[in-house]
Design a protein around this ligand. Structure first.
Ligand code: ADP
Ligand code: ZN
Length: 215
């Protein structure tokens, strides 16, 4: 399947993407994971992106488009892909449309995961992430803690609160989402690609997607 996953930070795009990869081997492409990996590795890209990310601002469209143009041409994308955290702005969506046309790729759907704001706020404050850039597993101190406190079940690295998950950075990220990313819902509706899913559990989102795509 070839999907865009839309939704506020904390809507569960990453979790849904991981569950979907198990259905048909499509790959998850998370621009946030790619950027955090680059920051930790200290690459040029990481150095450019770091300050924006710490503040909870979006990194410039040109940086993101460079990453995605390469990533979408890697062979593992042939089976399908789940775009998690991209596109994030109308210019990115317009560029993506042109890029996909050039590459001869057709999207199945843009899925908007619509979760109430209270749930989002609560989730983001209690979310913890594995700091190993190869893993980046997501936990929640209330609903899904690691078996051993502060240690990743999957890889044994430390599980930490992300630097952009302080209360101040979170409210800034949500404001950025409302201003820059929420308009993409209308964009994909006009394109005839929108699937809106109002759901709090990731399993319910998966069910809605399976039903729509007949999987
Ligand atoms: P979340 O969806 O939880 O906010 P992500 O892991 O998707 O977090 O992204 C973390 C940060 O990486 C964003 O706040 C932003 O600075 C940067 N980022 C990720 N994807 C994009 C994108 N498509 N365009 C611009 N910045 C991005
Ligand atoms: Zn881990």
């Amino acid at each position: 399947m070839k999907l865009i996953l839309l939704g506020a930070p904390g809507a569960g795009k990453g979790t849904v993407a991981k569950l979907l990869t198990a259905i048909d081997g499509s790959v998850q492409i998370s621009t946030g994971d790619i950027l955090r990996g680059a920051v930790q590795a200290g690459t040029e890209l990481g150095k450019e992106a770091e300050e924006y990310m710490k503040r909870g601002d979006l990194v410039p469209d040109s940086l993101i488009m460079g990453i995605m143009e390469k990533r979408l041409q890697e062979p593992d994308c042939e089976k399908g892909f789940l775009l998690d955290g991209f596109p994030r702005t109308i210019p990115q969506a317009e560029e993506l449309k042109k890029l996909l046309e050039r590459l001869g790729i057709t999207l199945d759907k843009a899925v908007n995961i619509d979760v109430p704001r209270e749930v989002i706020l609560d989730r983001l404050c209690t979310r913890r992430t594995c700091e190993n850039p190869e893993c980046q597993a997501i936990y929640n101190v209330k609903s899904n803690p690691p078996k051993q406190e502060g240690i990743c079940d999957k890889c044994g690295a430390r599980v930490v609160q992300r630097e952009d998950e302080t209360e101040e950075a979170i409210s800034h990220r949500l404001a950025t989402y409302n201003e820059k990313t929420a308009p993409l819902i209308g964009f994909y509706e006009k394109e005839g690609l929108l699937l809106n899913v109002e759901a709090v559990s990731s399993d319910a989102v998966i069910e809605a997607i399976r039903k729509e795509l007949g999987l």
